[in-house]
Design a binder for this molecule. Sequence first.
Ligand code: HEM
Length: 401
Amino acid sequence: MTESLIQLPTAGESVIDTFDRMIRTGPIVPYELPGGVRAWMAVSHQAVGEVLAGDGTLFSKNAKNCPVMHDGTVPADWPLRVLTDADHLLNKDGADHMRMRRAIARAFTPVRVAQLQPRIQRLTDDLIDRFADLPEVDLVEHFTMPLPVGVICELFGVPADDQSKFRGWTATLVSHTSTGEQTQAAMQEMAGYLTGLVSDKHGNPGDDLTSDLVRAQTEHGLADAELVEMLWIIIVAGHETTMHLLGNAVVALSANPDQLAAAKDGDRWADVVEETLRYRNAACAMFNRYALSDVQIAGVDIPAGAIVGWYAGVGRDPRKHSDADVFDIDRDHSDQLAFGRGPHFCLGAHLARLESRIALATLFGRFPQLRLACDPAEIPYAPQFMTNGPLCVPVQLQTLG
Ligand code: HEM
């Protein structure tokens, strides 16, 4: 590796542009994480497929299998450690991963998720009712953020008054401007809150998924601490990404009125969601896997112990889509990798898809003339590279009624 390694993030460049640059460099490229930590990123469709096919055999998700994480190369206060060293399903392999995943997976099957439709529709309508009379509104503050936070928190029995705390903790955890001290403090506060929630559900179980998990603890051999780890990753992953998917979709549709018209005319919101996941995925750098031995990915030699990531926005690979920068809801999305593949395939994919379809269909149904209130180039994006989405989306509602 040389001094000219691509840095993630690169100062003064959007995360999408940095990834586009990586894609032009090769199928899997060396790069630097914050703090100068060296790693590899799979960015071609083929390389990502190979990395994901190697889960549990070529690659581990457990940082214990990465020497540089423990020999002093990566410092103890590295801000991303709260994510790499966490003891939840996303960082586990094999039987231990399956044990945790099985404990919760049945709540997120297509059938169970479909049953959530009325609740999601109610939350969507309630949020829209609150701003429907305003001429202009920031959709992130009033809609794309509170909706996914509300859905996932309500599912897990987090009281309404406490829900906004998760947004603050999550923003600190995923921001590359946070220090190690800040991410650790956010993590401790969130874990403290969830420990209290679990303890409360032991005494007063209710009709929510935290209570279901507490009831199934013995069956799945889940300690309270493991439950807390599982809760935070699901609540964080369960809103951060969906929030940005919605923001990215509104911006892309506003910039492509023909696509918006086609979506409205044909009720094509499912296609809008798939194309947004391909064109500007809310999930970006899935940065922590570890090579268990020397391995070749897309013909490139990766050394044992390397930190290997993959780009969840890999739908932008021009080797896969020659016109990758065109937003086109008519595309074939059958080979979508936006939610991953294999044992760690996104637990919440069905929920994210349903929630986004309902949100977009309802929003554009209620406000047929909705349009951006600023130039798309003026929209600020969150300072992070694990996920990507707008910090605010000001729109004019111009309701007909
Ligand atoms: C736009 C929305 C979403 C996107 C793009 C997305 C993307 C992803 C991706 C790419 C992975 C695989 C990570 C890897 O292989 O390293 C993943 C895993 C995961 N996602 Fe999502 N996600 C979304 C929404 C959600 C929601 C709503 C939930 C809530 C249930 C959720 C919970 C999880 C969990 C718990 C995992 C880890 C699964 C495991 O390790 O077995 N995600 N997600």
